[in-house]
Design a protein around this ligand. Structure first.
Ligand code: SF4
Length: 474
């Protein structure tokens, strides 16, 4: 049964119905609603873990499990979860577990180069609308087909990072050499094929590691091999239907889409595993210089993120190629049920004094971070009152009455900014100009309202050209 069609009543039937509140919810029905919306985990209902509810727990677990299995790679805090998807379309619920991005390291690289790539992968960090965008894993490739070289490289990498790892080779002897070093760190083994699957099945079973299944451009055979591996006891699988850049992009996208469709819409358990793509193939299959190849790689990565990729292996470490990929991932994987917002309240920038300006904005995250960035770049010492607009931008919040003169006055009072400044002047965004008089009335004329710039990038100029004059006239 697709998860989205489960009703809270169906879930409620299996709960203990004691309303004991141990889960942190006021009653069992509230817990059932959160379970259906995937906002709480089943294990939070501790009474359910008792022996008397063993069958009910099992039933609920089966009912609520995602049609695309969640697979864990790595151990400890940095371990990565991929898959765990419930819906085809993001707006039907939300996508869980953002696409993991792995950067490759190969055994023909010098130690210096390997260390540089590890550091760059670990240190990649970009703040976007209040979220830190990061890379997640390293993919260790054997290009020499020499097991001692591979083992040496795996050892060196494992000693220098705690990021989850992927061991890449179609040769089982090579993979075994790597597993002897890091088998206990639960790396992803890449990959079982139609030729080597028996040996890979054995390795994945012995070391209890997740296994990628690679059959390019042939979903029937991919399904058949996956079923064979499942029948032989493997349950943590990752499907790679092939990433074919030159002349094969449309079939690549079709394969990714068909896989996810079969898993979620048709409930085919053989295809109910995370999907992985290898945009890195742009480096060997596409013509052109390094920049063009990195550009192709980023384009392919973006296409695959949109088409359900749960894991990608990439080569480029250039910010210009990784930034669009990580930003797109963030945009796809934020929760459409929740507005992208920040906490309302007062923020302090720089070292404001009693005569510094008090600006106002809404709590729509994109607006807030744009205003914040403009204030910081302009090195403006000021206060910023962030008013709750339910995550709506200024102009729409005014039009839709998501901010009102009363709510602004209330936030102003709550902030106690009047204890921090001697003046009583609130600078509102130009786009909220029509509320100016009404805000003054709502503050019982204790505050004067000045209409500030239409665009927050003008704030630094406004402070230099206007604020001095305004504050001197008080
Ligand atoms: S812990 Fe379980 S039994 Fe107790 S209120 Fe929550 S859902 Fe109900």
């Amino acid at each position: 049964m697709p998860a989205k069609t489960i009703s809270p009543i169906e879930v409620y039937k299996f709960l203990p119905k004691t309303n004991c509140k141990e889960c942190g919810e006021p009653n069992c029905m509230a817990f059932a609603v959160k379970l259906v919306n995937r906002e709480i985990e089943l294990v939070k209902c501790t009474p359910l873990l008792k022996d008397e509810y063993k069958d009910a727990y099992k039933q609920l677990w089966e009912m609520l499990k995602p049609p695309v299995k969640e697979v864990e790679i790595g151990v400890g805090d940095k371990r990565v979860k991929i898959g765990g998807k419930y819906v085809i379309h993001r707006h039907e619920l939300t996508y869980f577990n953002p696409t993991a991005i792995a950067i490759d390291i190969s055994d023909d690289m010098s130690e210096e180069e390997i260390l540089k790539r590890i550091k760059k992968t670990q240190e990649f960090s970009f703040t976007y609308i209040g979220t830190t965008l990061k890379l997640n894993m390293l993919a260790l490739r054997s290009v020499s087909n020499d097991k001692s070289k591979f083992k040496e490289m795996v050892t060196y990498v494992a000693n220098n990072t705690d990021l989850p790892l992927i061991l890449c080779s179609f040769n089982p002897t090579i993979i075994e050499a790597g597993l002897r070093v890091i088998g206990d760190k639960k790396p992803l083994i890449y990959a079982a094929t139609l030729d080597n699957w028996r040996e890979f099945l054995e390795l994945a079973s012995i070391y209890k590691c997740p296994l990628a299944v690679f059959v390019p451009n042939d979903l029937k055979m991919l399904g058949s091999l996956t079923k064979t591996l499942m029948d032989n006891g493997l349950s943590d699988l990752v499907l790679d239907p092939g990433t074919i850049p030159k002349g094969g992009l449309s079939s690549t996208l079709n394969s990714f889409t068909a896989l996810r469709w079969k898993a979620i819409s048709e409930g085919d358990v053989v295809f109910g595993f995370p999907i992985m793509g290898t945009p890195i193939t742009a480096w060997t299959c596409m013509d052109g210089d390094v920049n063009l190849k990195a550009w192709w790689e980023a384009c392919i990565a973006n296409m695959l993120i949109i088409r359900y990729a749960d894991l990608l292996i990439m080569h480029s470490l250039d910010g210009w190629s990784l930034l669009p990929v990580t930003i797109l991932r963030q945009n796809i994987y934020n929760d459409p049920r929740k507005p992208v917002s920040v906490e309302p309240g007062l923020r302090v920038f720089g070292n404001p004094n009693e005569y510094s300006p008090v600006f106002m904005t809404t709590n729509f995250a994109l607006t807030f971070y744009t205003v914040k960035s403009d204030i910081e770049v302009g090195k403006v010492d000021c206060y910023l009152l962030v008013v709750n607009s339910e995550g709506i931008a200024v102009e729409c919040a005014v039009a839709g009455r998501k901010i009102t003169p009363e709510s602004i006055a209330e936030e102003l009072l709550k902030s106690e900014v009047d204890k921090m400044v001697k003046h009583r002047i609130l600078v509102i965004p130009g786009k909220a100009a029509r509320l100016a008089g009404a805000i003054e009335d709502a503050t019982k004329l204790r505050w004067k309202v000045v209409v500030g710039p239409m665009d927050s990038s003008e704030i630094p100029k406004f402070v230099i050209n206007e604020w001095k004059r305004i504050i001197q006239s008080v």
